[in-house]
Design a protein around this ligand. Sequence first.
Ligand code: NAD
Length: 714
Amino acid sequence: MNTNNEFFRVETDDDGVATLTLEMADKPVNVFTQGSLEAFEAAVTSLIDDEAVKAVIIASAKPVFHVGADLAMAQEMSARAAPELFTDIMRINSLFRRIETGGTTFVAAINGHALGGGLELALACHARIVANNDRLQLGLPEAKVGLMPGFGGTQRLTRLTPLADALPAIATGSPFSPAKALGLGLVTEVCEPDQLLAAAKAWALANPKATQPWDRKGYKLPSGAIHSPANFQFFAGASAQYRKNTGGHYPAPAAILDAVYQGLQMPIDQALKVEARRFVSISRSIVARSMIKTLFFGMNDANALVRRPAEPPKHSFKTIGMVGAGLMGGGIAYSAARAGCDVILIDTSMEAAERGKAYSERLLDKAVSRGKLAAEKRASHLDRITTTTDFAALAKADLVVEAVFESKDVKQTALKAIEAAVGPTAIIASNTSTIPITELAAFLDAPERFIGMHFFSPVEKMPLVEIISGKLTSSTALAAAFDLCQLLKKTPVDVNDGRGFYTTRVVSSYMIEGMALLREGVSPALIENAGKAAGMPMGPLRLADMVNLDLAVKIADQTKADSGDAYVEHPGIAAARQMVALERLGEKSGKGFYQYQDDTRLWPDLATLFPLSSDQPDASAVTDRLLMIQAIETLRCFDDGVVKTAIDADLGSILGWGFPPHTGGIASYIDQETPSRLLEKAERLSKNAGARFEPPAGLRKLVNDNVSLHAVMA
Ligand code: NAD
C-alpha cells in the first residue's frame, strides 16, 4: 500500500515492510490534529488489513519524531462535554490497541524528540529503535502544563519500566535520554542515526506478528504485583511527596498517581479507560486551561517575538559589550558567548573583569565534568570572552549591556564612557532593576538608542527578560532588544517605563507586605508558610533576605529622594531599616530574617525585635493578603501604562518571580478571583491594613464594565 497526504506518506517495499513517514506539511513539527489523526487511523487500519504488509515502520522526515497532540486541538477538545471528550479519547486508545493486537508488527524508528502523544504512539508499537543522540528526548511532558497523558502513557510506561523511574517522570514531565531509556527497558535498541531505518526493518523482519508483553500470558509488571508491601510503601511515599511538592495546587500529579495505581491492577483495556476518565477531568480543569494558555500559547507567542516592531529587519549580533562583570554581567557574558557572540567584558579592574569570566569557567567546568559538554567547546566558549578595563574595546560592539552597581551616579559614569566608545549604530541597554530608563537616558547624547533589558539571576537559568522602553527609546532599539532575547533563548516581555518597571515593583510588594505583617506582630513562621501555601516559591521574608535588605532600604531612600513630598513610606520598610541597623543584611551577610550558619532557619530573636501579637490571624487571611497586594500592584501597573497586555503580566509573573504557575499568572489569578470579589477585599483591606490596598481605578472600571482583565487587555 502506498499513500501520500499532507500528514505522512506510506511506501511498502518488496519484503512487505511499509514505512509510514510522518511529515506534516504546514507545521514545524509532527503533531496530532483532528485531520492528521483521522488520516492516520485510516492508513493504520488499511495497513493492518493488507495481507501483503507484514510490518509497519513509523518514521519521521522532520528533525523531531512526534510531539503529540497539538495543544490548540487539546484546548478545543477540553471545551467539549465530558462524555464526548471521553469518546474521542477512547477512539484513539482503540486505534493504538489495534496497532498492538492487529497481527502486524509495528516499529517506531525514533530519529528525534518523541514527546507526549508522540511517545505514547511509540509505546503502542512493538519496538522502539532510537537514534543515538544525547539531545533527543523521550518523555511525557503533559504535567508541565497541568495536563496528564491520555493516550495510554501512564499505563504503558509503567508496564515497561520500573515504577520508581516511570512515575516521577510522568508526574513531573521530565524526559529520558536514549541511553537512560535503553537501560530502563523503555526502548528496544539505540543505533547510529544513519542506521535507524535499517535497524527498524531488521527488528520487524525478525519479529513477525509481534505482540506486546502485557498481551502475553504470564506477563508480570517490572516492579512486581501492585499490592506487594514494597509497592504499597512506594505509593504511600509518592502520594505524600507529590502533595508536598505541589501544595495541593496541581490536580494532574494526583490524577496520574491514581490512574497508575488503579490501572496497574487491571488488564490494559480497562486500565486505558481509567486513564481516559482521569484525563477528561484534568483537561477540563481550570489549572490545565490556565497553564496551557500562558505557558504554551503565551510563551510561544513571546518567543516568536509577536510584539517586536516589524521594522527594522532582524539584527545580527557579532559582538556584545558587557560593562560590569559582577553577578549579572558574568551571567550575561556567559549566555552571549554561548549563543556564539564575541563578548567584551569590562570592569574597573582586570581582577574584577576576570572574576566575571570565571563565572563562565565554573559553569563550563561543571558541564564538562558531567559529560554534557566537550572540552573543545569549553575552550571556544571561553575564547569568545575578552576581559579588559579599556572602554575603547567597545568600538566594535553591536550592543552593549550595562550592569554596574544599582546607583544612578555609577551608572551615569559608565553610560557616558560607553557612549563615547561605541560606534554610531550601537544599541546601549541597561540591566537596572529599578531606575527609570528615561532618567538614565538623560545621561546620553543619543537617548533613542537606549533601552532597559532586565535579566534575572542566575542569568543562565532564568528564562525571562523584561524589556523596558524609555520615553525616547526608538523602535530600532526595541527591535534589537527583542532580537537579542531570541538569540539568547530568553522569553521577552516588553513594558513601559516606571520605577521598578513591572516585575521588581510587584515582587517587592510581596516582600514588603511580609515585613509589614511582621511589624504588626504576625508570627514569622505563619507569614512564611502563608506565602508558600499560596504557591509562591518561598516566603516573603526569605525572598527579602535573598535580595538583600540593604538594597530594600537603598531603593526606598532613592525613591524618597526622587519623589520628594509625594513619598509615603511603606510600613514594611521600617522592618528592613531595623534589620539593617543590626547589620543583619540578608543572606549575603549570613544573617537576616533567617540565619544562615549550619542550616537555614528563621532567626529565633525575631520575636524580640517584632513582638508577637496575642491575636494571630488565620493562615488563609495572611495568604490572601500576600496575593492581594501583588494583584493590586499589578492592576496599578496597568493603570500607569507600565504593563501592556494581560498575557505579558501572566508570563512576567510566572517566569520573573515565580508567581504560582497553577493560576496561569497574576492576570489570570485576577480574572479567576473575579474583579468584583477583589474589589470587595481591597476595600476591606484598605480599611484594616493600610491605604496601599486602596482599589486601583482600573479595578473599579473592570467591575463597572463587568469584564475580565484578559478581555480588555488582550
Ligand atoms: P555586582 O555588584 O555583582 O556587580 C557590579 C559590577 O560592576 C562590579 O563588578 C563592579 O566592579 C562593576 N562596576 C562598577 N562601576 C563600574 C564602572 N564604572 N565600569 C565598569 N564596571 C563597574 O552587581 P549585580 O548584582 O551584577 O547587579 C548589576 C546590575 O544588575 C544592577 O543594576 C542591578 O540592579 C541589576 N540586577 C541585579 C540582579 C541581581 O539579582 N543581582 C537582578 C537583575 C538586575
